[in-house]
Design a protein around this ligand. Structure first.
Ligand code: SER
Length: 576
């Protein structure tokens, strides 16, 4: 089955007009760096401007999310991806426009009947002091489930989960309803029924609309029943070619090369040129990362170009700009190689000079980090060149700087460009980064405390952290008693008060699995894998960020314990 053709056919049958993807750099909108969602090119049509395409449109939009850059290498994160979406404008007056009822019906019929996927559950907005519960969507899902004679769990979720927008400082926004398959959110219906002004006031919109988003690679992973986006047919040939070219390279690095080559190609084809600022800076980082993983050897330039050619071949039918921009891209690759080589030479000279004064012949984490930040002398390149450094301290230093730069970038580019959003952790600014970091460390302690109190039956099923709370799902057959909840909470606080230091280190994957560290059974991890350990109490496979000592967490409180599915419980906790 070709997912994109099925998508197009299904919605064209329902009278939607196909609109081409907008470029990755939004035209005439300097408040955002990149196109990150399908609705961006349609924004004016939600607030009364007539749409030249009619009121029912679909697109497959090229998207780039720089906030996921450091996370690439696991099973789900990508910097570039495509988003499927159907959109409706000017409801109820516009000709052929639709709202919740048809959006929900079409979403269901496409996912369940056309793609044949088994929907696990759906979510709706549960309401808060500003906006009422979306009872309309709830009723519509119930009626649809009855009509289709299926059991469909419907869960209410809060504003963080099920309310979208506005993008930037004001604009259309509204409650969402999401479809989940195999624990993955694959279809997000946004009902734009409000307009939010700069002062935060919400006004009911005269003209309402629908904005749907479904990540193409993510849906494909579910359709093809594979464990990661890199195992889908989108990446199959490229991943194989990368493996043949770099047989010694870890899976994590091979994924980074696949992702970064693809996104740098698309950015370059949309006119971005490597530089030291904004979009150009992001492109430079992507290309240099690839060069660095390939060992900065001139011989590998041809190999990387060959992998790039494969990507162009895969996409040129749908995106001819890739072929048109191919020679410009190879020039960027060549130029970056030249300038990066010069910077590195200088970096290596300095590193060797520093090492002369060291008895242990090893750089400190901070020195190594400085060399990497100023001369691009990355850990991989230090290893290639035989420069020893304190790897653990380097990682900690890098995490610290990542948090700062993420928060800084977010301030600079506003709400919809760059933020800390790892999938698990979400934060909007530096203050929020601090809070979610404490919550993240508390979540590791909670994971351990649950195992201690409830014994080993507990397995982590998911976690989601934002500035207000941590939400942790785990397998357990029944409701926790008041006493058990108290014991878990007390145990987490005892861990916190014992003031354990954080240790970060890497182990070969098999060894790590035997080490007693907690990890998710069905997740595929890089080899070697990074472990975050607090003293002797908690040890988990994780990418951070974390507090440096548990005492920084504060006091942990369990706010709610509830069921999310058969045999799966959910705890919401806060730190004070
Ligand atoms: N704007 C929403 C999203 O990006 C739905 O398209 O998820």
């Amino acid at each position: 089955m070709n997912l994109i053709s099925e998508f197009r056919r299904f919605f064209e049958e329902q009278n939607h007009t196909w609109v081409k993807s907008a470029p990755l750099v939004p035209e005439g909108d300097s408040s955002v760096l990149f196109t990150t969602a399908g609705m961006q090119q349609f924004k004016p049509y939600y607030s009364g401007h007539p749409s030249p395409y009619g009121n029912r449109v679909i697109s497959v939009q090229k998207c780039f999310r720089a906030d996921d850059l450091d996370e690439v290498g696991d099973t789900t994160h990508l910097t570039f991806f495509e988003m499927l979406g159907n959109f409706s404008f000017q409801y109820p007056h516009g000709e052929e426009s639709y709202f919740k009822e048809q959006a929900i019906r079409m979403g269901y019929e496409f996912v369940a009947e056309r793609l044949g996927l088994s929907i696990e559950y759906v979510t709706i907005f549960e309401g808060d002091e500003h906006t009422p519960r979306d009872t309309e969507s709830e009723r519509l899902w119930q009626a649809l489930a009855e009509e289709k004679r299926i059991t469909l769990p419907i869960y209410g979720e809060n504003r963080d989960e099920n309310f979208w927008g506005p993008t930037g400082s004001e604009g259309p926004c509204g409650p969402t309803s999401e479809i989940y398959v195999d624990g993955v959110e694959i279809w997000n219906l946004v009902f734009n029924q409000y307009y939010q002004y700069r002062d935060g006031t919400l006004e009911h919109q005269e003209q309402q609309g629908v904005d749907t988003g479904g990540g193409y690679e993510r849906i494909l992973a579910v359709v093809e029943q594979v464990d990661s986006v890199f195992d889908t047919s989108v990446f199959a040939t490229v991943m194989e070619q990368i493996e043949n070219t770099f047989p010694e390279m870890s899976l994590e690095y091979r994924r980074v090369i696949a992702d970064h080559l693809r996104s740098s190609l698309f950015l370059s084809a949309d006119g971005v040129v490597p530089s030291n600022k904004e979009q150009g800076y992001i492109l430079r980082r992507l290309i240099r990362k690839v060069l660095s993983l390939a060992g900065m050897e001139k011989a590998h330039l041809d190999d990387l170009s060959a992998i790039g050619e494969t990507l162009v071949g895969l996409y040129e039918d749908r995106y001819p700009e890739l072929r048109d921009g191919w020679s410009v891209y190879t020039t960027h690759l060549e130029n970056e190689f030249q300038t990066f080589s010069k910077a590195l030479k200088e970096g290596l000279k300095q590193a060797r000079k520093m090492l002369k004064t060291r008895e242990d012949n090893r750089l400190t984490g901070e020195e190594a980090f400085q060399l990497s930040a100023t001369h691009g002398l990355s850990p991989e390149l230090m290893r290639f060149n035989g420069i020893e450094f304190d790897e653990e301290a380097f990682e900690q230093e890098r995490e610290r700087h990542r948090e700062i730069s993420r928060a800084g970038a977010e301030q600079k580019f506003g709400g919809h460009g760059l933020a800390l959003d790892t999938g698990e952790l979400k934060a909007e600014d530096e203050e929020e980064v601090k809070i979610v970091t404490r919550l993240h460390s508390a979540t590791h302690l909670l994971n351990q405390a649950l195992r201690d109190v409830l014994e080993d039956e507990v397995k982590q099923k998911g976690s989601d952290i934002n500035v207000k709370r941590t939400r942790f799902d785990f397998s357990f057959p029944r409701k926790l008693t008041e006493e058990e909840k108290q014991q878990v909470e007390d145990r987490v606080n005892m861990f916190i008060q014992s003031a354990h230091d954080l240790h970060v280190y890497e182990l070969p994957l098999e060894e790590a699995k035997q080490s007693g560290a907690i990890y998710l059974e069905h997740e595929s991890y890089p080899d070697p894998v990074k472990i975050h350990q607090f003293g002797y109490i908690s040890k988990e496979f994780c990418g951070g960020p974390h507090v440096r000592n548990t005492s920084e967490i504060g006091t942990f409180k369990i706010k709610k314990e509830e069921a999310v599915a058969q045999g799966v419980r959910r705890i919401r906790g806060v730190v004070e």
